[in-house]
Design a protein around this ligand. Structure first.
Ligand SMILES: Cc1cc2nc3c(=O)[nH]c(=O)nc-3n(C[C@H](O)[C@H](O)[C@H](O)COP(=O)(O)OP(=O)(O)OC[C@H]3O[C@@H](n4cnc5c(N)ncnc54)[C@H](O)[C@@H]3O)c2cc1C
Length: 390
């Protein structure tokens, strides 16, 4: 049994770590200041500039195939890098990426949507959730009706990340109400904002909220169907599947950083004449956090390894997402507790993490949906106890 990472993985991870430390963490106090003033922590042009700087270090398109100028990294390496990104709360991500399902684009769509998205010239959003259909994706209602060579879209999407800034949306719509959504009833469309959809910001407890998208007789040509007619559900699940191991990878970085702060604080903050870290109550919070962090790390890396091994990652990714999201909420809560009143202030990023990580138990499949997947796999015999070792 070998739990180590390869020399190459370590070198890439360490370069990413140095970039985050030198170029991203240095922006943290300004990001906090702006967010306290209700401004975006990082403007789009600043993110772009950072991404181009990272490109000079070789970081461009972690998941993007080499033919598109990307790094096409294995899932384990991507997971390690996302953990590094998580160490800073600055809303940074490496550039040169596009939604994984955008690679299903045909030649014309590649030029119009995929390449400009990779280049950072266009911003996309992925729109599946509706006011009446979140966990229950099969209940989506946004309707696309055929009219000659066009489709006319009517309905609403909600909670769409990047929906306020996106130039185009990847919209999953009902094209055949006679069929079930997961059996050919839904199709993914590439819909330019200029085709007429509107976005309304939604205020949330986190920074940089999502949007509601309104489609009222939005006319979309057939050539804007992504993939095949009736393939919308499959593409939607593929999009969501990617996040299930990257989201907890990111959480690992937050946990390491936050727990590091708590350890330092426990060693320096004194009450009753001695550091608070000498109290068992504090020691146990640190011990439980480290144990859960390590447990999450190996669930996450195994999920990523499953992807690289060409196995079905669904079960492992659901466990990583479920446990990783819970872990980070418990860890940040303890870190805040260890910091006492200081943890509750906006002087430190802890309260920001506290708000931010709550989302991880909700989006891209709630805790309950992950439990549903994991238990169903076992109850129906799709997965054996003992995992890949059996
Ligand atoms: C900030 C943010 C960003 C998002 N970004 C996107 C995006 O970019 N694109 C997109 O398409 N969507 C996005 N979403 C939507 C997100 O994926 C949904 O909110 C999520 O899937 C849950 O759906 P819901 O909110 O409708 O909750 P519901 O499905 O209504 O669930 C409500 C509660 O009931 C539970 N529940 C539901 N069914 C069951 C059941 N059968 N058994 C047990 N419990 C159940 C749920 O787990 C949850 O606790 C985003 C959401 C947020 C908050």
């Amino acid at each position: 049994m070998d739990f180590s990472i390869s020399e190459e993985e370590r070198a890439i991870r360490d370069t990413a770590r140095a970039f985050i430390r030198n170029e991203v963490m240095t922006l943290e106090s300004e990001v906090l200041r702006r967010e306290r003033a209700h401004e975006p922590g990082l403007r789009h042009d600043e993110l772009r500039e950072l991404q181009l700087k990272a490109k000079a270090f070789g970081f461009w398109g972690l998941d993007t195939p080499e033919e598109y100028g990307g790094m096409d990294l294995p899932a384990v390496t991507q997971s390690l890098i996302w953990t590094e990104i998580g160490r800073s709360f600055v809303p940074f991500r490496f550039g040169g990426e596009a939604d994984n399902i955008l690679f299903h684009a045909d030649e014309a769509q590649r030029k119009e949507f995929l390449l400009p998205t990779i280049a950072g010239d266009r911003i996309s959003c992925f729109a599946l959730t509706e006011p009446g259909a979140g966990s229950d994706v099969a209940n989506i209602r946004l309707r696309a009706r055929r009219d000659g060579d066009d489709w006319v879209l009517n309905g609403e999407k909600t909670f769409i990340t990047n929906g306020n800034d996106a130039d185009f949306a990847i919209v999953v719509a009902i094209t055949d109400p006679e069929r079930k959504v997961h059996d050919g009833g839904a199709t993914a469309f590439l819909v330019d904002r200029s085709m007429g959809w509107r976005s309304e910001p939604i205020q949330t407890m986190g920074e940089g909220g999502p949007a509601a998208l309104v489609f009222s007789d939005v006319r979309v040509p057939s050539r804007n169907i992504l993939g095949e007619l009736g393939q919308g559900f499959t593409l939607g699940m593929k999009w969501i599947g990617k996040g299930r191991y990257l989201i907890p990878s990111h959480a690992l970085g937050i946990a390491e950083r936050a727990l590091g702060m708590a350890i330092e604080y426990a060693n320096t903050r004194e009450t009753f004449g001695k550091p608070i870290g000498t109290n068992q109550a504090i020691q146990w919070m640190i011990a439980d956090s480290e144990t859960e962090l390590e447990a999450a790390r190996w669930l996450v890396l195994r999920a990523a390894w499953t992807v690289d091994a060409g196995l079905d990652p669904r079960h492992a990714s659901s466990m990583a997402k479920l446990y990783g999201a819970g872990m980070i909420n418990r860890v940040v809560d303890r870190v805040l507790q260890i910091h006492g009143g200081m943890g509750y202030t906006r002087e430190l990023p802890i309260e920001r993490w506290y708000r931010q990580v709550r989302l991880l138990r909700i989006f891209e499949g709630t805790d309950e949906m992950q439990r549903l997947i994991i238990s169903r796999d076992l109850l129906r015999g799709y997965t054996k106890l003992g995992g890949h070792l059996e």
